[in-house]
Ligand binder design. Sequence first.
Ligand SMILES: Nc1nc2c(ncn2[C@@H]2O[C@H](COP(=O)(O)OP(=O)(O)OP(=O)(O)O)[C@@H](O)[C@H]2O)c(=O)[nH]1
Ligand SMILES: [Mg+2]
Length: 610
Amino acid sequence: MAIIAHVDHGKTTLVDQMLRQAGAFRANQQVEERVMDSNPLERERGITILAKNTAVRWGGVKINIVDTPGHADFGGEVERILRMVDGVLILVDAAEGPMPQTRFVTRKALALGLRPIVAINKIDRADAEPLRVHDEVLGLFIDLEATHEQLDAPFLYTSSRAGTATTELDRPGTNLEPLFQAIVDHVPEPKGDPDGPFQMLVSTLDHSSFLGRIAIGRIERGKVRVGDEVALLPLGAPGLVTEETFERNRVTKLYTFDGLNRVEVDVAAAGDIVALSGFETIEIGKTFTAVEQPERLAGIAVEEPTISVDFIVSNGPFAGREGKYVTSRQLKDRLYRELERNVALRVEETDSPDTHAVSGRGELHLGILMETMRREGYEFQVSRPRVITKQGPGGERLEPYEELTVDVPEEYMGVVMEKLGPRRSEMTEMRNPGLGMVRLTFSIPARGLFGYRSEFLTDTRGTGIMHHRFLDYGPWAGPLAGRKRGVLVADREGAVVAYALGNLQERAQMFVTPGDLVYEGMVAGENSRPGDLDVNVTKEKKLTNMRTTASDENVILEPPRQITLEYALEYIEEDELIEVTPKNIRLRKRVLTANDRKKAARAARVADAS
Ligand SMILES: Nc1nc2c(ncn2[C@@H]2O[C@H](COP(=O)(O)OP(=O)(O)OP(=O)(O)O)[C@@H](O)[C@H]2O)c(=O)[nH]1
Ligand SMILES: [Mg+2]
């Protein structure tokens, strides 16, 4: 069973409680909160990024559970694992109700014919309205053309945090028993014939320095034993594979899942979710089969990426100072390696061997890849994201549109609509339940959202919540205004001096702090007005014989703006790049010297005029 939902609706917290109540932990075992969010980036950000397996036993039944990420950018993770399960548990926040990503994952699950169980979660919230949300979920099911059987889904009211579930709101739950019972009653047993020829689809890829590549998937048919010779078929159309080009090898290790552990086993059968090693060519979407019956399963279909950035070999004055892996070869190998696991990602070569175009589902999807690479020691540069356009049936240009959901206190509704208008948005729904918070839904070109999040947070003083996810391709919306403010560009190499910043900060928000090293063409701050300024941030105070006043000597500096990768991706313009190293994230102009930039600007003006 997979647990699917919109971001933050409480999936991973629920898995904690399921593990605990099913006795997966030893008595007194110290377990961290949201234990399935095991990788460092997940823990830092408090979100799930990768789908992961676990399993519990309840009343003599083994329940394999897949925890999935709810953020729209990681929708590919959900699509990837839905083929491995026989049922889904759809979690919906009892106050927020169904959100864009709830719709996406529910649509995918229903389309695969999976029978859902619904948990209206966080009923302990003061603003919970479980009955309203119950109706909304049914409305969603009808909208998505659920079958009669799917519409008959059992509904539970749960609190992941308290670890309780109940089928009747007036009988508060005391534990998760009703949930386990619903799973056992409603999730069908795996259907595959355990006596047929072995067949399994690779849904997840893992790696250990010890065993090499590890495939994780559900056995569709038959059995597999350690030491068996099996075939790993290349990707392709489903059906019998006649050409004998596939890898044949022996299974070296076999594991099943149990709580937080993997348990080594000698044999596994249809319905088991296993981790299997012994093959070098493991890839997500490939099929393992018995050698005598090389029958390929349909691969894993995921939706196309919508945005793209260039990964460029570092070539600024500081290139190679901070990274371990900096060459074009290393960058290329690393990007292609990522494709094996990251199913919604695409990598393409460009005219230049130093540049690869990398496409994904959103800024966070690409941002997490960059963050992971920089922690591994990679250094590289990244361009401004661009949307992936398509051609319509009549040859017209189409671009991706997103569904944007905004929850804001009533008083900020005006400013939100005012800002979104010029970004070519169209309001599709407005709901004001009269409790002070309004929910606005828009359709907006993905381009129109670039750079909006930080404005939104400022405009709503941090009280607004926004989510967006891909809706559909629609007509090209025409030119959109870019960043309203220019930047301060360092005009020479050196170390940043407090005195210089003190003079600049009145008309700028700095990105650098005294002692930072800068180079000519590096972006050092944001101009409070349109237009870029070349400035000297390394300027020392002139020494004179005159006594200076104390206030002159201790400049009080505003703290610099922290530039995160996601922020930078939203922020930069076409003529700028992000320099990513294990130690720093710097913004720079593509053209470094002030002279060349002036020439380029002049050439652009001439081109515009003609
Ligand atoms: N009040 C309340 N808060 C909850 C409940 N369940 C989870 N939370 C909180 O909601 C936040 C998100 O919980 P997670 O379990 O990480 O949510 P998730 O669905 O796994 O999130 P993603 O994996 O990132 O999509 C955390 O701060 C939890 O403490 C609940 O039943 N009641
Ligand atoms: Mg989670």
